[in-house]
Write a protein that binds this ligand. Structure first.
Ligand SMILES: NC(=O)c1ccc[n+]([C@@H]2O[C@H](COP(=O)([O-])OP(=O)(O)OC[C@H]3O[C@@H](n4cnc5c(N)ncnc54)[C@H](O)[C@@H]3O)[C@@H](O)[C@H]2O)c1
Ligand SMILES: [Zn+2]
Length: 361
């Protein structure tokens, strides 16, 4: 006997992304129209800086919500924190029609989204990103999850948000290091996919570094538009979406090898350079384009050289544990020009070794 499970067309999973100063007010307006119980998940920093304010804004609008928080930082992106949040949500009577709000950076989005994807087999969630990194990248696309001792982001799910509200106003309190952290993901998106965005970054890097509000909103819009188009065409990371892993194969291994002592975006910046150097060595990328990449990262205040304390053993263990490797061979996404990249390029280990040993110029 053959049966077929006819799943719903995916149209009902489409969602809107609001990007503007004042998107927070649009969020409150939207929430006023829902009758769901509301659970805001945030971290300890964002709770203090914005969480209580958002909670109060909702309350003033006649909406009750519960604010839950966990200690800030990548160190909280694990199953222990997920489990603690699940326990709190269950104790407070979460139901299938409740709504989870992820208020914070990429860590909060990934953790709260994963909690939302698993609790009671999945409840809806809304992304309210507060770091530049989460506003340009992680809040869109539905990749949620946590780290595992064997590697980053190894446990997770695809669970698209019901909506995303991106308000650059949140960035006013963001420390400069976190701000640059987000710019690294913008460079990644541009280097992988869009040479005109890359040229825009080159033209405006100086002003962007100084947090020019108008330029920043423009950069967020352009980055999110590109990411959304990629996710539409390849939601489950089969081909096109892999291009957004540019700089990440090397970068993730570096983060693990350094015990997360550098920020994700810093690791991505270094990873972009190291992988571009490999691409040059393989004859895929012109040295001229490599130089443009290094230059824009430098002007944006991002690191471009590998810290010398890297443990090679841990680095390679993390590299092979990364979910993008298969059959003992590490496959990279490599740039073939500014704004173009190739997926699934097999790289000999000796070329990776070379990057760890050689100081890049
Ligand atoms: N799911 C995805 O598609 C995706 C994409 C890229 C990155 N990520 C993940 O995102 C994470 C990195 O995100 P992140 O850099 O936003 O880290 P984060 O969430 O840890 O935020 C960085 C720091 O900034 C603080 N912070 C947040 N908003 C603030 C604000 N408005 N003002 C002041 N401080 C604020 C946080 O408390 C934290 O200390 C990594 O775990 C990475 O793997 C996920
Ligand atoms: Zn990233």
């Amino acid at each position: 006997m053959n049966l077929r499970v006819k799943l719903q067309p995916i149209a009902h999973r489409s969602y809107d992304i609001a990007i503007e100063r004042g998107a927070l007010a649009a969020f409150v307006k939207r929430i006023k129209t829902t009758s769901s119980d509301l659970f805001i998940i945030t971290d300890s920093n964002v709770e203090r800086l914005h969480g209580r304010r958002v909670h109060q804004l909702l309350f003033d609008a006649g909406v009750e919500s519960m604010l839950l928080s966990f200690p800030a930082g990548e160190g909280s992106k694990n199953m222990r924190v997920v489990n603690a949040l699940q326990t709190q949500l269950l104790r407070h009577g979460i139901r299938r029609d409740s709504l989870v709000i992820a208020l914070g950076g990429g860590v909060v989005g990934d953790v709260a989204g994963f909690v939302a994807s698993t609790i009671l087999r999945g409840v809806q969630f809304i992304q309210l990103p507060t770091t530049l990194l989460s506003q340009v990248d992680s809040s869109v696309g539905g990749k949620v999850g946590v780290d595992h001792p064997l590697g980053k982001n190894l446990i997770g799910a695809f669970h698209q948000p019901a909506a995303v509200f991106i308000d650059p106003g949140f960035l006013i309190t963001l420390p400069v290091r976190e701000f640059r952290n987000g710019l690294a993901e913008v460079v990644k998106i541009a280097a992988a996919l869009d040479r005109s965005l890359f040229a825009f970054l080159e033209r405006n890097a100086g002003s962007l570094r100084k947090n020019n509000a108008r330029l920043l909103t423009e950069v967020i819009k352009r980055s999110v538009r590109l990411k959304a188009r990629v996710v539409e065409r390849d939601e489950f990371d089969k081909d096109l979406r892999k291009t957004l892993n540019l700089g990440h194969t090397f970068g993730h291994a570096l983060e693990s090898a350094l015990n997360f002592r550098i920020r994700h975006g810093e690791a991505v910046a270094i990873g972009l350079v190291a992988e571009a150097a490999i691409a040059v060595r393989l004859g895929l990328l012109l040295k001229r384009d490599f130089d443009r990449l290094v230059n824009v990262l430098k002007v944006l205040g991002l690191p471009t050289t590998i810290p010398s304390l890297t443990s090679r053993k841990k680095f390679f263990a993390a590299l092979y544990a990364d979910k993008k490797s298969s059959g003992g061979m590490v496959r990279f996404v490599l740039m073939s020009a500014i704004g173009s990249s190739m997926i699934g390029v097999e790289v000999p280990e000796v070329l990776i070794e070379e990057q760890l040993g050689v100081r890049l110029r």
